[in-house]
Design a protein around this ligand. Structure first.
Ligand code: 2DT
Ligand code: MG
Length: 213
């Protein structure tokens, strides 16, 4: 039986190095001749993504529930492409996914279970790597940007919810969740990330799991 591609999600706070690390991971996969594709959520290029982009830039306001559902819809509109890529043997690396969806909305006060619901039965990653950095260290990396949520207080709450999500995944057998200390030099972090990804990226035999089931 031929193996499918691995589904890898990279999560973390703003300025934890997600863009840098996902780019380094992609070139590493390329050097190893492993077919791979990088996706990023939110995907701001779709019609839904444009609404999200305008909300994040504070050019529009939306009810907290409504924006949460748009973020989820933005994953659903790409879910079948993810499945097709994996089935064709391509490793999919995602910069943020449903875990960011829960972490950010729950940090605004929406109930955790409610936040989880719209993502039920989306493809579940085989591995989620959480790039862990303290909000202080993140801030020291040149400050946050201008977008909504890029504030130290918010990031602190988000990190707490991410902890809860990680514990839940580890206890559930739904793929793997690893914490990587992202406060270190980028080459060191990349090496550790690669250590977690390499074997999976050689191909996965089991079926794709579904979120939260
Ligand atoms: P970037 O800084 O990575 O572009 O993210 N977010 C993201 C949510 O609130 N819910 C979600 O489902 C996702 C995927 C995190 C932009 C911001 O969007 C937040 C930061
Ligand atoms: Mg950002």
């Amino acid at each position: 039986m031929s193996k499918r591609g691995a589904f890898i999600v990279i999560e973390g706070l703003d300025r934890s190095g997600k863009s840098t690390q996902t780019a380094l991971l992609l070139s590493r996969l390329e050097s190893a001749r492993i077919p791979a594709k990088l996706l990023k959520f939110p995907d701001r290029t779709t019609a839904i993504g444009k609404m999200i982009d305008s909300y994040l830039k504070s050019q529009s306001d939306l009810d907290d529930h409504a924006i949460h559902l748009l973020f989820s819809a933005n994953r659903w509109e790409l879910a079948s492409s993810i499945e097709h890529l994996l089935a064709a043997g391509t490793t999919v690396v995602c910069d943020r996914y449903a875990f960011s969806g829960i972490a950010f909305s729950a940090s605004k006060g929406l109930p955790y279970e409610w936040c989880r619901a719209p993502d039920v039965s989306l493809p579940a990653p085989d591995l989620a790597v959480f790039l862990d950095i303290t909000p202080e260290a993140a801030k020291a990396r040149g400050g946050y940007g201008e977008e909504r949520y890029e504030k130290e207080e918010m990031q602190r709450r988000v990190r707490e919810v991410f902890r809860r999500i990680g514990e839940e995944i580890k206890g559930s057998g739904l793929g793997a969740w690893v914490w990587v200390d992202a406060g270190r030099e980028k080459g060191v972090v990349a090496e550790e990330v690669w250590g977690h990804v390499e074997l999976l990226a050689r191909g996965v035999e089991g079926p794709l799991c579904r979120l939260w089931t």
